[in-house]
Design a protein around this ligand. Sequence first.
Ligand code: 2AM
Ligand code: CA
Ligand code: CA
Ligand code: CA
Length: 276
Amino acid sequence: MTTLETAINAAREAGALIREKAATTKQVQFKSSAHDLVTQVDQAAEAMIRKRILENHPEHAILGEEGVAAGVDASKAALEENRSHEHLWIVDPIDGTTNFVHGFPMFCVSIAYAHHQKVTTAVIYDPMRDELFTAEKGRGAFLGNRSIQVSSEKVLEESLVATGFPSGDRGVRRRNVERILKISPRCRNLRAGGSAALHLAYVACGRLSAFWELELNAWDLAAGSLLVEEAGGKVSDTAGSPYDIGVRHILASNGRIHSLLLDELKEAGATGFEEL
Ligand code: 2AM
Ligand code: CA
Ligand code: CA
Ligand code: CA
C-alpha cells in the first residue's frame, strides 16, 4: 500500500469515529490548562491511525500529538527525537479539539508522511463535510478527485485572511493581537475558525487567501503545508524563512500576497508587544 492510500484509509476511518461521536457528550480532560483539551475521541482516533500505519509500514516512526506530553518543551523535544527518522508520520487525530468539544463544526484529521524530514504525502479530512484534501509532492493537491489551486488575490484589500489563537499560552494570544491590529484593517476581513490544519486546506483550495498563526506544532502544520505548496501557494515562517517540520510560527498564502503579509507581520513583531 502507498503512503497516500494508508493516509486516506486511516483518515477516513478515524473521521467516521469522530463524526459518530460529534453529537454525543464528550469526556474532556485538561492537558496543560483549561484551554488545552483532550477527549477520549482524540485518543481513540490516534490509536486507530497508528494501528493502520504500522500494519502497512511496520518500520516507520510516528509522531502523534496524543503520544506526546503536554506543553511546548515536550512538543519540541518529541520533534527533535523523531525528526531524523527516514520514514516519519506526523499525525493530529483531531485538529480543532476545542471546536469538537463545543460542537462548532470546524475540525479535521491531519496525517502527513515525511521522507528524510520533507513532507511528501498529506491528507486532511473534514468528517462533518466529508471533504478529503490530499497532496503528494510534485503531483498537485486535490479536494476529493478535483485538482485544487490557491486563490488569485494580489492585494490585501481583496483578501480573506485567517489566524488563530493557540490555547496553551495566554501570552501568545496577546502577541497575536498586535498582528491582528495591523492586518485586520488592511484585508477584506479576518477569520479565526480554530483549526490550523483546516485553515491551511482552505488556503490550498482558495477559500482563504492566507493564514498565519504563532506557536503551533509539527502535527498542526505538516500536512497542510504540503497541500498549500502543491496547490501553488507559499508557506514560510512569519519571518519569511522556508517551511520546515520544526516551524512553529506559520504564514501560508496564495503566494501573491505573501510578501505584503510578511511586511505587516514583521512590523507588528517589532513594536514591543512581544513582552506582554
Ligand atoms: P488542536 O485542536 O489539535 O489542539 C487553534 O488555534 C489551533 O491551535 C488548533 O490547530 C489547535 O490544535 C492548536 N492548539 C490548541 N491548543 C494548543 C496548545 N496548547 N498549544 C499549541 N497549539 C494548540
Ligand atoms: Ca491539542
Ligand atoms: Ca492541532
Ligand atoms: Ca489535536
